[in-house]
Design a binder for this molecule. Structure first.
Ligand code: HPA
Length: 295
């Protein structure tokens, strides 16, 4: 790692960022040591607004639950619909960590801070990262409740988690982002959708900083740039996961239409409510898919 330069406003970069990630990783490792089967997770999933139900996928025993506030350096997930806890458990033979709730850049966190917990979990070695979010549907064919598999993304959030001195232990200075959403995992997700009868769309997700929802002109612009869904998360997590050469699979739950002919714009209550209702289908799909990720 190159010498820290005091150039980034939050002061959390380079060695300081690395130190914070290590301390959080050590705390998680210590708690998981009480259940040795969970110590080396293979998969980590991050849950979006209203999707806490995905935690049902974990077997009852063994399980470890850690509220984020009990971990050092982890920004709390202070938004309604986000539990703010790390759950570890088995899905069949696969040890898994579920991050229920995430810190969002719109709360004021830099992308480095907002991805600190995910990076701490990556230290434990999971090869697969499953990301979920609630999103607005820019594609006029999309309806609230639809599930979309991300095929690609646009980072229009104004930040990047890899800015600053490179953390060489995770990955290279200039990581590729082509095929960031793992083609083989996407194929496996499509097959799981087929088997379970869950309908799954495929499209491009654009990340914005939020917190304001889009104007009609912005909706038209993002659509014309090639995006199918719009949201305020996920892409920064994809970037740290790909930097570390982990395989990424991501899903959007479309909670509202984001087309310029809508009568009124999205509201957070609607996003949470549709999120809860749609999470059941995501659980069904992941329940079929995850136990098959053994090889
Ligand atoms: N825009 C941005 N983020 C969102 C939306 C939206 O319409 N719905 C859920 N998250």
């Amino acid at each position: 790692m190159t010498e820290d330069l005091p150039t980034l406003a939050d002061g959390i970069h380079g060695r300081e960022l690395d130190r914070r990630i290590s301390a959080a990783a050590a705390a998680i490792e210590q708690r998981l040591a009480t259940a040795p089967a969970l110590a080396r997770p293979r998969v980590v999933a991050v849950l979006g607004s209203g999707m806490g139900g995905v935690g049902e996928l974990l077997d009852d025993e063994p399980r470890v639950m850690i509220p984020y506030r009990e971990l050092p350096n982890i920004p709390g997930a202070g938004v309604e619909g986000h539990a703010g806890e790390l759950l570890a458990g088995m899905v069949g033979e696969i040890p898994m960590i579920i991050l229920s709730g995430r810190a969002h850049p719109y709360e004021g966190y830099s992308h480095r801070e907002a991805t600190l917990l995910l990076r701490a979990v990556l230290v434990l070695g999971p090869e697969i990262v499953v990301l979920t979010n609630a999103a607005g549907g820019l594609n006029p064919d999309y309806e609230p409740g639809d599930l979309m598999l991300l095929t690609d993304h646009l980072n229009l959030s104004g930040d990047n988690p890899l800015l600053g001195p490179n953390l060489d232990r995770f990955g290279p200075r200039f990581p590729p982002m082509v095929d960031a959403y793992d083609p083989a995992l996407r194929q496996a997700a499509l097959e799981a959708a087929e088997r379970t009868g869950v309908s799954l769309r495929q499209g491009v997700y654009v990340m914005l900083s939020g917190p304001a929802y889009e104007t009609r002109a912005e909706m038209r612009m993002y659509r014309s740039l090639g995006a199918d869904a719009v949201g305020m998360s996920t892409v920064h997590e994809t970037m740290v996961a790909r930097h570390a050469e982990r395989r990424v699979l991501a899903f959007s739950l479309i909670t509202n239409k984001a087309t310029d002919d809508i009568e009124e714009g999205a509201n957070h209550e609607e996003v949470i409510e549709v999120g809860r209702a749609g999470a059941g289908r995501l659980v069904t799909l992941l329940g079929d898919l995850l136990p098959r990720l053994r090889e």
